[in-house]
Design a protein around this ligand. Structure first.
Ligand SMILES: [Zn+2]
Length: 216
């Protein structure tokens, strides 16, 4: 992530979006628009429990977006979905600016942001239109960078492995752990590891620590 902090001009909207989702478990989404030197949020838009539609910035430059994930057992916390990655690539190409996409839940310790390493071509976007988890796990760390930001100061932080896993799983963690379903646990560790890692080494560490925590 190129930026050491998120613009504080976004904080009232981000706080409010998180608050709104905590009342009805529906996603909220905000676009970040660049007007001269300022980053201005759009209005908050409501989606369903799974997704929300990204808004454009009319005549100004869209540079990123924020959305909430509900804190429920059936959803991963701040782990981006396949659709989230696909939408980011698509919009990066459309707006010709690498989009910074951010996610938080009401219980997450941090705001998790990601951006593509470079503006994708159509071929790259087409590859990411698949729903094949394995493709994502093996390619995300090559194509995206991640950053975690303190929810109060909006400054970039370096979370511990356990914190990334906790935020990444959200409320689903206890249910997956207590299922004692080893195949399911291994799969979700691979997903959360693969979908939250900056590089291959870090991905492998996340998965390893996840196995250790979830299978103990
Ligand atoms: Zn999402």
């Amino acid at each position: 992530m190129p930026t050491d902090s998120l613009p504080l001009s976004l904080k009232p909207s981000i706080d409010s979006a998180i608050q709104q989702t905590s009342t009805d478990n529906k996603e909220r989404i905000i676009s970040f628009c660049k007007i001269k030197k300022d980053i201005i949020p759009t209005d908050i838009v409501s989606g369903d429990h799974k997704s929300a539609v990204i808004q454009d910035c009319n005549n100004s430059q869209k540079v990123g977006d924020f959305h909430t994930h509900p804190y429920i057992e059936q959803a991963l916390g701040t782990t981006p979905s396949e659709q989230d990655y696909y939408a980011n690539l698509n919009e990066s190409k459309i707006y010709k600016v690498k989009q910074v996409s951010c996610i938080a839940t009401q219980q997450s310790k941090y705001i998790h942001c990601f951006e593509p390493k470079k503006i994708p071509n159509q071929q790259k976007i087409n590859q990411y239109s698949t729903n094949d988890d394995k493709f994502f796990i093996e390619n995300l760390y090559k194509d995206f960078k991640h950053g975690w930001y303190d929810k109060n100061t909006f400054k970039r932080v370096t979370p511990k492995i356990e914190e990334i896993l906790d935020d990444g799983f959200g409320k689903s963690k206890d249910m997956i752990k207590s299922s004692n379903d080893i195949a399911q646990i291994k799969n979700s560790c691979k997903n959360v590891g693969g979908f939250n890692a900056n590089d291959k080494k870090y991905k492998d560490v996340l998965i390893k620590v996840c196995y250790r925590n979830m299978l103990s």
